[in-house]
Each structure stands twice: as C-alpha cells, then as structure tokens.
Ligand binder design. Structure first.
Ligand code: ADP
Length: 238
C-alpha cells in the first residue's frame, strides 16, 4: 500500500498548517514526530480524507482522497488519541461490531470477528460490559480493536498513548509494533520509534527530516533545543 502526498498544503482560517508537503509512504512502520502545532495531526488526517488539502493531492495506491474518500476510509483506519470520543455504543462488543454493520456480513460472521478481535486484544472478559467502565488503557485498546475489526490495510494512529500511563502505553505500543498492517504513528514517545522503518520530523507545516529513527530523533532533539530554527538536514531524504 502506498500513500503519496503531492505538494500538499492546508490552512485553517487562512493560517497555513501544511506547507507544500510531498512524501511517498510505503514502509511497514512509519513514525511522525514534531512539536505541538507542527501539523502532524492535520497531515495524518489527510491520509484518509478526514482533511482534504487546499492544494496538492493525497493518493492511496493512485486513488485521490478528494474523489474516493469512502473507499479510502475503508482501507485506512484512524485511531484518535482520545479513545472516549471514538466509543459510540453502550457495550464493548457492540462498539466493536458497529464498524461492520454496513459490511453486508451475516450476524454470525460479525460475532465471530468481534470475538476474535476482543480475544486478540485482551478484552474478551469485558465483552458485555459498558465501554465507559473500562480503564483508560482498555478504552484505547477498544478503540484500536474497533478499527482493526474492519481489517484496514493501513492504520493511522494520532498519539494513541497521550492519555495513558506508562504500563498501558507499553501495551498499546507493543500491539502497534506487532500488527501486520502498515502503521503510521504520531507520537511524542521517541523510544517507541526504535525499529521503525522510517520517521518524519515535522516543523511549522513542513517535513524537515525524513529518514532512520535514530537520526530523526537526533534531528528533532536538536530542533527542540534551538527553538523554531531548523538545523540543516543530515543523512535523510530531502
Ligand atoms: P500537531 O498534531 O502537530 O499538534 P495540528 O495539525 O493538530 O498539529 O495543528 C496544527 C495547527 O493547526 C495548530 O496551530 C492548531 O491549533 C491548528 N488547527 C488544527 N486543527 C484545526 C481546526 N480544525 N481548525 C482550526 N485550527 C486548527
């Protein structure tokens, strides 16, 4: 699966947030880091058509998000940092099943898929519990399970561990590392990115570094210590 950003720019109320971003994302595990407000979330949202660029285009295997938003959203799952906002049904099992409602699958098949995904993510014993009674970590796992049950080919995760403690962060991160799907992960936990295939560093709406995780973290750390002034890119893709 290849996500391709071609000269993507986007502004909110005339304020530029993405400035001429081009990238081809085909690796298995891709990280995106950058200061708050650097445009990571907006970039992530362009990948499944939640945000349409003002100019430029985003293509998923050649399909333009502007024209094929529904098809693309089925193939690119999105997990938000605030899992509670993503939970829509009264029980855990119903919440996972909701994404399959319009799939045309029979009830028995839906139940089997829901049970399998709950089992895989350690939520089986909470199957019939109200989702709002889950712990923060379990809620984030539920949000992940509700997206994964639809079998997307790419999973875009926008800071999924921001609201979690260290233990739950570790559980979610391990889950993301072990997924067969392509993963695009926005995070402030730089340790998570070791072993990733590629990391993009964003600053003021631009990708200012694109390369191996260790070099990206070095670049980002230098960037943070120099304020908004970007150090010269080293060793990464332009
Ligand atoms: P990041 O994920 O790196 O924190 P965002 O893409 O969320 O960056 O935000 C970039 C800038 O755009 C921020 O200044 C933010 O306040 C602004 N912004 C984000 N979403 C909206 C929106 N829906 N409407 C107006 N401004 C927004």
């Amino acid at each position: 699966m290849t996500l391709r950003l071609e000269r993507v720019s986007h502004a909110y109320d005339g304020r530029p947030v993405l400035r001429d971003v081009s990238a081809e994302l085909a690796e298995h595990r891709i990280g995106v880091i950058g200061a708050n407000g650097s445009g990571k979330s907006t970039l992530a949202r362009t990948l499944n058509g939640l945000v349409l660029p003002d100019s430029g285009r985003v293509l998923l295997d050649g399909l333009d998000t502007r024209r094929h938003a529904r098809r693309i959203r089925r193939r690119v799952g999105f997990v938000f940092s605030d899992a509670s906002a993503q939970i829509v049904m009264p029980t855990v099992a119903e919440d996972v099943a909701v994404g399959l409602r319009r799939s045309g699958l029979r009830r028995a098949e839906i139940d089997a898929r829901v049970d399998a995904v709950l089992h895989r993510h350690g939520l089986s014993e909470h199957r019939d519990h109200p989702a709002h009674l889950l712990s923060g970590g379990q809620r984030q796992m539920l949000a992940l399970a509700s997206v994964l049950v639809t079998e997307p080919e790419v999973l875009v995760c926008d800071e999924p561990t921001t609201l979690l403690d260290l233990r739950n962060t570790a559980v979610i991160e391990r889950t993301l590392r072990e997924l067969p799907q392509q993963v695009v992960l926005l995070t402030h936990h730089l340790d998570t990115l070791s072993g990733f295939d590629r990391v993009l560093v964003m600053d003021e709406g631009r990708v200012v570094f694109d390369g191996a995780p260790e070099a990206a973290v070095t670049h980002y750390t230098a960037l943070m210590s120099t304020g908004s002034e970007s150090p010269a890119p080293r060793g990464g893709r332009p």
